[in-house]
Design a protein around this ligand. Structure first.
Ligand code: HEM
Length: 324
């Protein structure tokens, strides 16, 4: 955990303490401003999860999915998907095995019949370090205000002391040996609605066929692009398969706080299988045009009272407009 936090802060060693956000800007704009300050602005690249790779394939829902949700993507037809795997952070050249590249991300576009897309944007943290957009801004600002020579305790150390979920969340992830061998978590709660109008709060879990993680020392020795190079090579040889599952909330489980995972014994229901079997000729060009939005959903899937999704939607749109 300490290493991951060092990874986050080491990118900042060159920054001096400074107030860098306009107080009157909306919170999602302030968040992207701080991300741009921490990582620099890299024309054409995302403010966060800047480095990634795109592949394509299909999704086939299970019968259990249709019982939980009337969403078109869960009706059982085979649906084309576009998937982008990514490293954390706003550096397009971050080494894939470095601390700063965790958590790793997976963003999926389900191209539904009729032309509308549903998106899912998930990562390898089991839960989020903070509960809402304001706290995420404050976390990033504390990092930006804590250069290597900052007086102790630094703003970042003070933030962590007041928010124990920060080190706890980062301790839940490490470098996988392949983007294909990682479990990705939806973190935010959504509500599935079936044909009878029955509602069930869920959190998505994307399970690989095998999860494989590297010890930190081995990850650090890997070539800088080992994850983004390996995935298309693997897909070209044979299909990569993931199982999309829904963790079902009990009636008493809260849905508004993404720092609080539900008990591990909550039922996991298989929603369907993702099969990734196509590389794209120019992944860099493809990812620049793509915008994945966690709140881009469809009838049969609703937002919960988790405030993170609205903050994320707005911040992703700001980042997209700046990278166009
Ligand atoms: C307030 C909380 C969050 C904020 C403000 C935020 C912000 C951002 C921004 C600005 C981007 C770049 C978007 C773009 O240019 O297209 C991004 C990308 C991403 N974020 Fe977040 N994020 C948050 C929480 C999360 C959470 C909870 C997850 C996972 C469950 C997540 C996973 C990802 C992934 C996978 C990407 C890359 C998407 C892609 O491939 O296009 N983020 N985030």
């Amino acid at each position: 955990m300490k290493n991951l936090l060092i990874g986050l802060t080491s990118a900042l060693a060159v920054l001096g303490p400074q107030t860098i956000v306009a107080d009157d800007a909306p919170v999602p704009t302030q968040i992207v401003d701080v991300m741009n300050k921490i990582y620099g602005v890299h024309a054409g690249f995302r403010a966060n999860h800047a480095k990634g790779v795109v592949v394509e394939g299909s999704f086939k829902a299970s019968p259990e999915a249709a019982a939980l949700s009337r969403a078109v993507l869960f009706a059982g037809a085979t649906i084309p998907i576009t998937v982008r795997f990514s490293d954390s952070g706003g550096l397009p050249t971050v080494p894939d095995g470095s601390n700063g590249a965790s958590p790793h991300g997976m963003a999926i576009k389900f191209h539904q019949p009729g032309g509308a897309d549903t998106d899912m944007v998930i990562n390898s943290l089991k839960f989020f370090p903070v509960a809402n957009g304001e706290e995420f801004r404050d976390l990033l600002q504390a990092i930006a205000d804590s250069p290597a020579d900052a007086p102790k305790p630094t703003k970042f150390e003070q933030f962590v002391a007041a928010h124990p979920s920060v080190p706890k969340a980062f301790a839940t992830t490490s470098t996988p040996d392949s983007f294909a061998d990682e479990t990705y978590y939806g973190i935010d709660a959504f509500v599935l609605v079936n044909k009878a109008g029955q509602k069930q709060a869920v959190r998505y879990v994307m399970q690989p066929e095998h999860a494989v993680h590297l010890p930190a020392a081995a990850a650090a020795k890997k070539p800088a692009d080992f994850l983004v190079d390996e995935l298309p090579a693997r897909v070209a040889k044979h299909a990569v398969v993931f199982h999309l599952k829904a963790q079902l909330a009990a009636a008493t489980d809260q849905t508004k706080d993404p720092t609080q995972p539900w008990p591990a014994d909550r039922k996991l229901v298989e929603l369907g299988t993702l099969t990734l079997d196509k590389t794209v000729p120019d992944s860099l060009a493809a990812q620049k045009k793509l915008l994945f939005l966690p709140g881009q959903i469809t009838d049969g899937i609703e937002l919960s009272d988790d405030p993170l999704v609205a903050a994320r939607n707005a911040a992703y749109a700001v980042s997209f407009s700046r990278r166009q």
